[in-house]
Design a protein around this ligand. Structure first.
Ligand SMILES: [Fe+2]
Ligand SMILES: [Fe+2]
Length: 233
């Protein structure tokens, strides 16, 4: 399905609200073509950020007179760079964890476990990719007090993994009462959301900046991280 969207027809809406309202519910396999009189790149960056990278856009025709932008669902396009890859992995980890949480809250540990086990594996791979592959290469200033974004990220990784291990150990010891496990699920749920938000807003823009200035680093890092997070197997 393909829809044409003309910015000139947006009525009383701002460009931002108009585009957002039209692409917010974009489904896999759907495509929207946006027509604009002026350079739409800043607008598209803002909308994409607001939708947490759920969409992918590229310029088909650069004006003048008319700009034409193709907008697709992010999952319909292979990850294009490191930050894209990691953001998608956040979504996948969130989704697995949310499924496990949902079943735990419904009192069904048997249904929760497959998603939880997969979440724990994906989490470890993701943390390893960020701590061991990305951080040593994309160096950012660190503060002795440890309150810089990189140190904060590593500390939060330790905490999230620690709470995940607590659940694993309880399950291994035979605790299968969802009522006892639920508080730990709730803690991780809050930690994950905060952590990913901070990373995407405080670290990823810096990483992007470094990668843009030195494409050879990007070419080296991307396949190594992709191999670890195994997105397309
Ligand atoms: Fe991450
Ligand atoms: Fe992280």
């Amino acid at each position: 399905m393909s829809e044409i969207l003309n910015l000139a027809d947006r009525g009383g809406l701002t460009e931002h609200s108009y585009v957002l309202s039209k692409v917010r519910e974009l489904q896999r396999g759907e495509e929207v073509t946006l027509l604009a009189q002026d350079d739409p790149r800043m607008l598209m960056d803002a909308v994409t950020l607001e939708l947490r990278n759920a969409i992918f856009w590229d310029i088909v025709d650069a004006g003048p007179p008319l700009w034409r932008v193709r907008i697709r669902h992010r999952q319909d396009v292979e990850a294009v760079d490191l930050v894209d890859l990691l953001t998608r992995d956040h979504e996948r980890i969130d989704h697995l964890f949310a499924t496990a949480l949902h079943h735990t809250n419904a009192g069904n540990m048997a249904a929760a476990m497959p998603s939880f086990v997969e979440y724990a594996q994906r989490l470890r791979d993701h943390v390893e990719a960020e701590n061991e592959i990305v951080v040593p290469v994309l160096e950012l200033p660190r503060s002795p007090k440890g309150d810089d974004p990189t140190s904060l990220m590593i500390r939060e990784h330790d905490e999230i993994v620690e709470h995940t291990v607590m659940i694993e150990e309880m399950v291994a010891e035979g605790v299968d009462d969802p009522g006892m496990l639920a508080p730990f699920f709730a803690i991780i749920s809050g930690q994950l959301a905060k952590h990913e938000w901070r990373e995407e807003n405080n670290l990823f823009p810096h990483w992007m900046q470094i990668l843009k200035h030195d494409p050879s680093i990007a070419q080296d890092l991307f396949p190594r991280v992709r191999g670890l997070v195994r997105f397309f197997d």
